[in-house]
Design a protein around this ligand. Structure first.
Ligand code: SAM
Length: 213
């Protein structure tokens, strides 16, 4: 994805340490202290511009949410939404998904969302896919027993790869949708990519999976 440089992004992020966590290591095992209420913690890895996670935090005040995004020029759009919305149950983390074990302790997370993750279609880049085994190991470590991964994509190749990856890892698929928008699934909150691809008529794939611990 080509990202437009926003020279003002750094300054805006630095002005809002109440929303964008500046010292995430310090909160390992203590994330509940960042929120008004102690309640289940849901994280999204690769939040992009944040439409989904902001929508979820608004729709579900009974959960706490953390948006994780590595690209500053994209993350700043989540921050702009949060400055408007001022949601007490949403925090933003500017970190890489492969370092989550530095920031979350074992079992601290109830649910992980992966939405329209970069497909990395070349086989030699498979390790970068957020559903590769090395990421599943990280998710397993930080998820509480019974914790789930909810994954949506328009990319059929990534979806097929992920089904195999989850299955080889011994995970249990709870539910699979091959065309989410014509299903009876309720409460879907669209991401920016979902809006873009579904408006072109592409089916949206979705699954819910859990580790068998
Ligand atoms: N989820 C959003 C949506 O559906 O509109 C964005 C999808 S975009 C294709 C993927 C996003 O994930 C990008 O913003 C990218 O910077 C971010 N990303 C990719 N790999 C990541 C990683 N390892 N850790 C954190 N963010 C990542």
């Amino acid at each position: 994805m080509r990202v437009r440089n926003k020279p003002w992004a750094k300054e805006l992020i630095e002005k809002h340490p109440e929303y964008v966590v500046t010292d995430p290591e310090a909160f390992k095992g203590r994330w509940q202290e960042r929120f008004e209420q102690k309640q289940p913690l849901h994280i999204e890895v690769g939040s992009g511009k944040g439409r989904f996670i902001v929508g979820m935090a608004k729709a579900h005040p009974e959960n706490n949410y953390i948006a994780i995004e590595l690209e500053r020029n994209v993350l700043v759009s989540i921050l702009e939404k949060q400055i408007d919305a001022q949601l007490p149950n949403l925090q933003i983390l500017h970190v890489h998904g492969d370092s989550l074990m530095n920031y979350f302790t074992e079992g601290e997370v109830a649910l992980i969302y992966l939405n329209f993750s970069d497909p990395w279609p070349k086989a030699r880049h498979a390790k970068r896919r957020l559903t590769h085994k090395t990421f599943l190991e990280i998710y397993e470590a930080i998820l509480a027993p019974g914790g789930e991964i909810h994954f949506k994509t328009d990319n059929r190749g990534l979806f097929e790869y992920s089904l195999v990856s989850f299955s080889e890892y011994g995970m249990r698929l709870k539910q699979v949708w091959l065309d989410l928008h014509i299903s009876d699934y309720e409460g879907n909150i669209m991401t920016e990519y979902e809006e873009k691809f579904s408006s072109k008529g592409q089916p949206i794939y979705r699954l819910e999976a859990m580790f068998s611990n």
